[in-house]
Design a protein around this ligand. Structure first.
Ligand SMILES: O=C(O)[C@H](O)COP(=O)(O)O
Length: 311
């Protein structure tokens, strides 16, 4: 009988901690084989996933004894949280465990997109020396606009301030009296944030309200030459509208780590903007060796707490 199923990659030390107390089935390839995952649900008390395992109604029906879903990350859009609540299943995100990883990724991306000097390997190897074409912008003194001002955005703000940027943020849900606002100017509307920012970074969950928040109209209100970074969730940016804006040179570049459809389909709209200071990565902003250790330890601890509490 298995107590805990882990369907995506997790740090070995945390798996070992769980194995000392419970019968654990750890198979990072399970996410690719849904039928096999569903077939092992009976008797399982905890399921541990990253962002690719769909913990939906169909899966929950096949795990009748589930007490906890550990999420090795922060976003919960792959989990039917409402259904879990109805069933009394604890949903356990590793909040904060990958915040530094994402914050460092965002700052690196912003510096890289604004400087624009890092796409020259092929040219230099070819004997070209395109110095004048690669004169970019410094980021000291620029305005960084954060859409959403939760934990990860605050880590970004702290680093941006240390580099001499001015930080502004839009977040209708963040308490305006929170001392964290000392790091960022509070902006009332997303339009004014977009109009003032040299770089925009998204830090909101994907909901019906945020789907295509960055659409043609929003992109039109961005400063000419400004850059966009999305490490939050794919559906927040209208990829076709972004590709148009990049191709027409209306904005200066974009870094996307998340997409409407992952992996990206071969006919993605983004293909046509590939030469326009566009950088794409496969949903790795939050994934470092250090964050993997952090979030795995947090998840093992939280799952154990629930299982022990219910024992
Ligand atoms: O929500 C998150 O924390 C990110 O999507 C990273 O999650 P993952 O490491 O499970 O992909």
């Amino acid at each position: 009988m298995v107590d805990v199923v882990i369907s995506e990659f997790m740090d070995a030390a945390a798996v070992e901690t769980l194995t000392q107390r419970y019968a654990v089935h750890f198979d990072a390839a399970l996410v690719e084989d849904r039928e096999r995952l569903l077939s092992m649900g009976r008797g399982v008390r905890a399921l541990i996933v990253r962002n690719r395992t769909r913990v939906d109604e169909a899966l929950l029906a096949r795990f009748p004894d589930l007490e906890a879903v550990g999420r090795l990350g922060v976003g919960l859009d792959n989990i039917d949280v409402a259904r879990c609540q109805e069933r009394g299943i604890a949903v356990l995100p590793a909040t904060g465990g990958n915040a530094s990883a994402v914050a460092e990724y965002v700052i690196t991306g912003l510096l890289m997109l604004r400087r624009g000097a890092y796409h020259s390997t092929a040219a230099v190897l070819d004997g070209d020396w395109p110095r004048q074409a690669l004169v970019g912008h410094e980021s000291q003194g620029c305005v960084l606009g954060l859409v959403g001002f939760g934990g990860i955005a605050r880590e970004v703000a702290r680093r941006a301030q240390a580099l001499g940027m001015s930080v502004i943020a839009f977040d209708p849900f963040a308490d305006p009296s929170d001392p964290a606002w000392q790091m960022a100017e509070h902006i009332e509307t997303i339009e004014s944030l977009l109009a003032r920012s040299d770089g925009v970074s998204l830090h909101v969950p994907l909901t019906e309200q945020t789907r295509h928040l960055i659409d043609t109209e929003a992109i039109a209100s961005m400063r000419p030459g400004s850059v966009l970074i999305n490490t939050a969730r794919g559906g927040i940016v209208d990829e076709s509208a972004l590709a148009d804006a990049l191709c027409e040179g209306r904005i200066g570049g974009a870094l996307l780590d998340v997409f409407e459809c992952e992996p990206l389909p071969a006919d993605s709209d983004l293909t046509r903007a590939s030469a326009c200071n566009l950088v794409l990565t496969p949903h790795v902003a939050g994934v470092t060796h250090e964050s993997n250790v952090n979030i795995s330890a947090m998840t093992a601890r939280d799952v154990s707490r629930v299982l022990e509490g219910n024992a």
